[in-house]
Write a protein that binds this ligand. Structure first.
Ligand SMILES: Cc1cc2nc3c(=O)[nH]c(=O)nc-3n(C[C@H](O)[C@H](O)[C@H](O)COP(=O)(O)O)c2cc1C
Length: 196
């Protein structure tokens, strides 16, 4: 049966969790990244298409290659972060649908419409990025998502061989609370929601 999380757990995942801009000098084990992926992959995607692909950049050599693609505001914190994940999508994600969605011929929905394929890949890989952020938080890690980078450059430098396309970057590590910006307000229920 589904259980409601404790207030502490909800704080870890949502109300206390922050977007981090500075990082402690504390490494992130590969085993933890693997665990984060294994949790994130369970989040729902349309027709279980799972279009996201994840490139975890941790070596200083790979960080140097990433550097020219970063916007100036994202440079220092990204070079400092123990890990920077490229959340990408596979434009031909539908080739895995016979395995991922064995109930029917979902592949043909996308081979017949490149627009639907691109929209689906972008929508669902964005969701999967969010699942990864929540998974990291659940495992005691902090994150810092970023769209301030040159996608074309990242695609050329890191993803060309696979043919994947970058969506966003997510810094991962143990955040330095001294580098947090002040928490910005959120919209009230009545501002953001309608109940019809
Ligand atoms: C998709 C996405 C892109 C973002 N891009 C950037 C970015 O390029 N640079 C940056 O400093 N912050 C970026 N942010 C961070 C947001 O500004 C931050 O998550 C938001 O203000 C909420 O902060 P909080 O989680 O600390 O409340 C991005 C966040 C998301 C989800």
């Amino acid at each position: 049966m589904t259980q409601i999380l404790t207030p502490d757990a909800l704080a870890t995942l949502f109300t206390d969790a922050r977007t981090h801009n500075g990082w402690l000098d504390k490494p992130v084990d590969d085993a933890l990244l693997r665990q984060a992926y294994l949790l994130a992959r369970m989040g729902p995607t349309s027709a279980n298409c799972c279009p996201a692909r994840f490139v975890f950049i941790r070596s200083s050599e790979a960080k140097e290659r990433l550097k020219p693609a970063l916007s100036s505001g994202n440079l220092t914190k990204t070079l400092q972060a123990p890990v920077t994940a490229i959340i990408a999508y596979d434009p031909v994600f539908y080739d895995a649908l016979p395995k991922l969605f064995p109930h029917g011929d979902a592949r043909s929905w996308f081979t017949s419409s490149p627009e639907l394929a691109t929209e689906t890949a972008f929508r669902n890989s964005s969701l999967q990025a969010a699942y990864l952020i929540i998974a990291c938080r659940a495992l005691g890690l902090d994150t810092g998502p970023m769209s301030g980078f040159n996608n074309t450059q990242v695609d050329e430098i890191f993803l060309a061989e696979k043919g994947w396309k970058s969506n966003l970057l997510v810094n991962i590590g143990y955040g330095d609370i001294n580098k947090l910006y002040e928490r910005s307000p959120r919209l009230a229920f009545d501002e953001a929601c309608l109940v019809l």
